[in-house]
Design a protein around this ligand. Structure first.
Ligand SMILES: [Zn+2]
Length: 319
């Protein structure tokens, strides 16, 4: 460790570890602890400030989601049967509470950044970017990314928010919710939608109406590696830096690493470290240093541990 920094905060605990869909599901309950064990083994844990989780209120969930959808999740969570979408996202008993914990914890991390308590923050079980305003999708019940964006707009009045997504899957729940928003600068590098769920994120999708030109979708070919990532990343970084964002969200899904069981990209954790490091530099240039990293997907446990630790390490090394 070249230098220490107490400016990087991580938000962890059993309430978000409980977000998952059982041991036979890719999004199992062991992902949180896989990260924690790697963080401790790497020696990084002593260089971050640990914060507890928080629970989102119904009003906070309603910043993004419809009242009908929130009520439906609660009802299905209490009964613990069926699916929240067409078959990817089971209605596990208590999923309402654990999904509200994910959203509440991402909001707590946002507040820690806005207050200046932290300069950079990471939440491992978070970044549930497929959930739409009125429905679940792709293992995502409440879209904490979207809730954070609405919170920053409605409660803090921010005018320029960057959302950057390097998960293998397109962040469709964020993209379509803010497609016409001039306040959200969206950059998403994902596996080509012709090869992978959710099938969206074509490069011609650059925003609509007042949001036209403020969204960047980059479709990566199956098998794309770190060199391909770096080339594409430069476009994303220049796009985000030009917006001079007041707050940066990084959805750093680890399912874009080689060896993920449900995707076909082939990055290493170096791509994640690069993205985190460069966004920290952009945020510093903008005069605030605020970067919120959300764990996102990643279904190979070794991969998620390496990718997320690489993000935390990059944050610690950033000034
Ligand atoms: Zn994913």
């Amino acid at each position: 460790m070249r230098k220490r920094s107490a400016n990087t905060c991580i938000f962890t605990g059993p309430a978000i570890a409980a977000y998952g869909f059982g041991n036979d599901h890719p999004f199992g309950l062991d992902r949180h602890d896989a990260f924690i064990h790697a963080l401790e083994a790497s020696g990084l844990a002593e260089h971050v400030t640990s914060h507890p989780t928080a629970i989102a209120t119904r009003e906070q969930l309603a910043l993004f989601h419809t009242d009908d959808y929130i009520a439906r999740v609660k009802q299905l969570s209490d009964s613990g049967t069926g699916f929240l979408d067409s078959g990817d996202t089971p209605a596990m008993p208590g999923i309402y509470e654990s999904a509200a914990a994910v959203a509440g914890t991402s909001l707590a991390a946002t507040e820690a950044l806005m207050s200046g308590e932290c300069r950079r923050a990471f939440v491992p079980i978070a970044g549930l970017h497929h959930a739409r305003r009125d429905r679940a999708g792709g293992f995502c019940v409440f879209n904490d990314c979207g809730i954070v964006i609405e919170h920053l707009v409605k409660l803090h009045g921010l005018e320029r928010i960057a959302y950057v997504d390097i998960d293998a899957h397109h962040g469709d729940g964020v993209f379509y919710a803010f497609e016409d928003s001039p306040r959200v600068y969206f950059a998403d590098l994902h596996e080509d939608g012709r090869c992978l769920y959710p099938g969206t994120g074509a490069e011609h999708e650059t925003g609509k109406g007042a949001g036209a030109g403020r969204k960047l979708n980059i479709a990566m070919a199956p098998g794309a590696d770190d060199r391909d990532f770096l080339a594409a990343w430069l476009r994303a970084e220049q796009f985000i830096a030009a917006a001079e964002p007041q707050f940066i969200i990084l959805q750093c899904g680890a399912d874009s690493l080689a060896g993920d069981p449900i995707t076909h990209l082939a990055y290493s954790e170096k791509s994640h470290a690069h993205a985190a490091s460069r966004l920290a530099a952009v945020a510093r240039t903008c005069g605030h240093s605020r970067v919120l990293a959300l764990g996102g997907g990643g279904y190979n446990r070794d991969n998620l541990a390496r990718a997320w630790c690489a993000v935390v390490r990059a944050f610690i090394y950033s000034d």
